[in-house]
Design a protein around this ligand. Structure first.
Ligand code: NOJ
Length: 863
């Protein structure tokens, strides 16, 4: 398409063909929210307000007031007459971004590596308390997409690991925690935003199209979103990319169909920042809130697809007022659902500056100034939960000759710049856009400023360790190895968001590949050549290739400390010195080579027109692929050692809800608020008299003549060219829906499994029981060899002590998405499902069978 046709506003035509078979069918209208009982009261309260709001008040709520036009990264308009303030939206998933006196929690990938549900929830509560304390209404996290399909994808570390169920528990428990203190959580990014390059639509190029089939959509990418909706999440952020050729922010199949009808989502959908590329189509497709409000091509000019143009679109009849009413009701219902009408704090910080005073609207050329940062300390005792997450995520991969734990007086030589704080300052790089010093998080909007960094060297110091530190990534000539030394080498791999390039990596690990940064391989090799006992500590965003050094005879121990946030030091010391046994497990597979992966998960490079990213591997990502192709990784998904050992025994299985091939019928939708569908009078959108406008600020009012012209146009015979398949008649909804998350029967427990875990070693420790389902042999549909469905972590078990864990599998866990009937189907009701329990995806010897209803240990692992 030529630039001139774009300039003429042909934005909707920016669809390149996608490969055959990948479709985003039209799905209209947007289902009204309010039909599930858990939200009835909030919808009742919201509808009382909405019924009394003017058109301009309503459109003002659905959009940000412009980029850099307020203290938060997103600031909606207000409706003060009915008591609704501007709402503050702020990043990110690991804590409050761009502020002070906050906690820099370990990111999602680290929480995922703990495999500890209770800790995931407690981390969420602490994060929520900090957002509330700063006056943030809407927390822009958790992230469960990127799912982690591409090992080099830049933002995988913001989420919980490369498996839909691990992501689902991580996301849902975080949401529960955050929302328990009254903050609206935002699950993001819907959906399949699996790489950073080409993610956004621009004037010259459409964003990348993630092309995925219906079954892959349901069984992998949508799964964690379904669980997030089931946990009552208040908001969903739509991704930048297209799905099957249709931009997420105007993809009616995605928002109206999958999210709001099938998953029964009751909250509101916001765009990612500048992901909205149209006005009317995005509203009709189910978008409820435009962020930060500006048009995407050239923000900052004070132009919006919505705000004043939404008012115009309702007056001229192109967007039914019914759609606007639903969007506003959804936003206000989420506000009431979290109790934000009761003493909710106003923002007391400014994401744009660290100064106490500054412009109130930095995006305006001339802005009034005032106090913008009040330096409110929201840290409470959150460092404790942050440290616990960092510690319990540490994943011990290799430990020959019991090299670890270290003896209290061990003589240590410590190497690598990553062991100590960034010498330029722990927050010297905006949004952590550099890899210098201890790596506590990746970069981008998912970062936060460190209040402090407890570095590994701080940890050695405060423990009074016997160590000598060489703050270099090249092997120093003066380290004087002695036979009693243990060398500890710190290495890293980093990634982040696309708007910052670090050491040649534009978000994704484009140039570093899966290698260690800063010649880490060489440093380890050099150290290993001179020292006989080497411990390698890896701070990483995801899998790294370790083949150059892993099997060297002196490399005795390897630990992934993931991304520890501010609590890198003490957490690591507690594990290195054995106060605590390591209990983390890998939230992804570690390969031996990048060629282990299917070619389709490589980063997509430049393509003429819309970059096409076709998920030809379907369900087979991460361990599902390795198992299918019988590729032995370096370390399997779920792997992690301890200083002690555990046995799994006395397993039993009991049937709870009998399976049927198709789930019982869904409940019907409940009633939703009813409003007048008449187009409101033009006067509801007129500018107020004598209003002092701020240049570039986005307002929802129209000049009187514009409003009158729009109202006049409503009578014109020329109608808006609605998308194919458009309808404004509410429907009963799909069979697979029925409640938040889908048909409630999908979440019926089919089987309870109980297993006794015993500490059979000599030290205290915690074990993780991972439950994988193997579908029955001989069914008509192909399924991955095994799939994670549940997990539990023990409390600390003393040597000899036991704990019985309860796990469960649901109807959905035993179903496949049947594309023909558009429902979850149990492929073999009486078939023999293998329910495998063990400590890792490749170490499963305990099998419960649903045919015999017995469990037995000592079985040959399916992998
Ligand atoms: C873009 C990112 O993709 C999203 O995750 C973030 O919340 C927004 N920017 C706001 O910073």
């Amino acid at each position: 398409m030529s630039l001139s046709s774009l300039a003429a506003g042909a934005v909707l035509d920016r669809r390149d063909p996608v490969p055959p078979g990948y479709v985003a069918p039209p799905y209209y209208p947007t289902p009204h929210g309010g039909w599930v009982s858990e939200w009835s009261e909030s919808y009742r309260k919201a509808s009382l307000l909405v019924a009394n709001m003017t058109l301009a008040e309503k459109t003002n709520i659905t959009s940000g007031t412009g980029i850099f036009m307020g203290r938060c990264v997103g600031n909606t308009g207000s409706a003060l007459r009915v008591g609704i303030p501007q709402l503050c939206l702020q990043d990110g998933p690991l804590g409050v971004r761009n502020t002070d006196h906050n906690t820099a929690f370990p990111p999602g990938i680290t929480a995922g590596a703990t495999w500890d549900k209770d800790l995931m929830r407690r981390r969420g509560v602490a994060i929520g308390e900090e957002f509330r304390g700063k006056g943030v209404n809407i927390h822009l996290g958790p992230s469960v997409g990127a799912l982690g399909r591409k090992p080099r994808g830049g933002r995988n570390w913001e989420g919980f690991g490369s498996d839909p169920v691990l992501q689902a528990f991580g996301g849902a428990l975080t949401i529960e925690g955050v929302q328990s203190v009254g903050v609206i959580a935002t699950i993001k990014h819907l959906i399949a935003n699996e790489q950073e390059m080409y993610r956004m639509y621009s004037l010259v190029k459409p964003g990348i199209s993630s092309n995925l089939d219906d079954r892959t959509m349901h069984e992998l990418y949508l799964w964690p979103f379904a669980e997030g909706v089931r946990s009552g999440v208040g908001s969903v952020m739509i991704s930048y990319n297209a799905i099957n050729g249709s931009a997420a922010a105007q993809n009616s199949y995605l928002m109206n169909g999958l999210l709001k009808d099938e998953l029964g989502f009751q909250g509101f959908v916001m765009s990612d920042w500048l992901a909205q590329i149209s006005g009317v189509p995005s509203a009709l497709a189910g978008l409820d809130m435009s962020m930060p409000g500006d048009r995407n091509e050239i923000p900052l000019l004070g132009n919006s697809y919505w705000m004043y143009d939404y008012s115009r679109a309702v007056l001229n009849g192109s967007v039914p007022v019914d759609r606007l009413n639903d969007a506003v009701t959804r936003i206000l219902a989420a506000y009431f659902q979290m109790g934000q009408d009761q003493n909710y704090p106003r923002p007391n910080f400014d994401t744009n500056t660290q100064n106490a005073e500054g412009p109130l609207y930095p995006g305006a050329l001339i802005s009034p100034s005032g106090v913008v940062n009040e330096f409110v300390d929201v840290q409470g005792n959150h460092a404790e939960v942050a440290r616990e997450v960092a510690r319990d995520a540490i994943t011990l991969l290799k430990n020959q000759n019991n090299t670890l734990p270290l003896l209290r007086n061990a003589s240590l030589k410590v190497f690598g710049t990553a062991a100590e704080k960034n010498p330029d300052g722990i927050n010297s790089c905006a949004d952590q856009g550099c890899n210098k010093g201890t790596l506590g998080m990746g970069w981008g909007s998912g970062s936060a400023r460190y209040p402090y960094m407890d570095s590994p060297i701080d940890g050695f110091k405060s423990r009074g360790s016997n160590y000598q530190y060489f703050n270099t990534d090249s092997f120093p000539s003066n380290s004087s190895p002695s036979p009693n030394d243990t060398a500890v080498v710190f290495v890293t791999a980093d990634s982040g968001e696309n708007y910052i390039t670090v050491e040649g990596n534009p978000g994704d690990r484009t140039s570093s590949n899966l290698n260690l940064w800063h010649n880490g391989d060489k440093l380890i090799q050099d150290v290993a050549a001179k020292y006989t006992s080497v411990v390698v500590v890896v701070h990483t965003v995801g899998p790294v290739i370790m083949e150059a050094w892993h099997d060297l005879p002196s490399v005795k121990a390897v630990l992934f400390a993931h991304l520890p946030g501010q609590e890198a030091g003490t957490s690591l010391m507690e594990v290195l010195y054995g106060d605590t046994s390591p209990s983390g497990h890998l939230p992804y597979t570690v390969p031996t080579s990048e060629s282990n992966y299917p070619a389709s998960v490589n980063l997509v490079g430049y393509q003429i027109g819309q970059p096409q990213d076709t998920h030809t591997e379907g369900l087979y990502i991460d361990y599902r692929h390795f198992n299918k192709e019988s590729i032995t990784p370096r370390y399997a998904f779920g792997f992690g050692l301890s200083y002690t050992s555990f046995s799994f025994s006395d397993a039993s299985i009991s049937a709870v809800t009998p399976l049927t091939a198709v789930p019982p019928s869904r409940p019907a939708k409940g009633t939703t608020p009813a409003y007048s569908t008449a187009i409101p009078p033009a006067s509801e959108a007129y500018w107020p008299e004598n209003f002092n406008r701020i240049w570039r600020y986005l307002y929802s009012w129209l000049e009187k003549n514009d409003a009158d012209d729009a109202a006049e146009a409503a009578n014109s015979p020329t109608k808006y060219p609605y998308p194919a398949g458009y309808s404004n008649v509410q429907t009963a909804g799909p069979a697979a829906g029925g409640a938040q998350g889908g048909n409630p029967a999908l979440f019926d427990t089919a089987y309870d499994i109980s297993v006794t875990v015993t500490n059979t070693g000599a030290r205290a420790g915690k074990a993780v029981a991972q439950l994988y389902v193997q579908f029955p042999q001989g069914i008509a549909v192909e399924t991955p060899t095994i799939q994670l469905r549940d997990f539990e972590k023990t409390s600390t078990l003393q040597p000899g002590a036991s704990q019985t864990l309860s796990l469960r599998v649901t109807r959905k866990d035993l179903s496949v998405w049947d594309t023909a009937s558009q429902n979850w189907v149990v492929p073999s009701v009486n078939g023999d499902y293998g329910i495998w329990v063990g400590s890792s995806s490749d170490s499963l010897s305990l099998r419960c069978g649903t045919a015999s209803m017995t469990c037995a240990g000592g079985q040959a692992s399916p992998v």
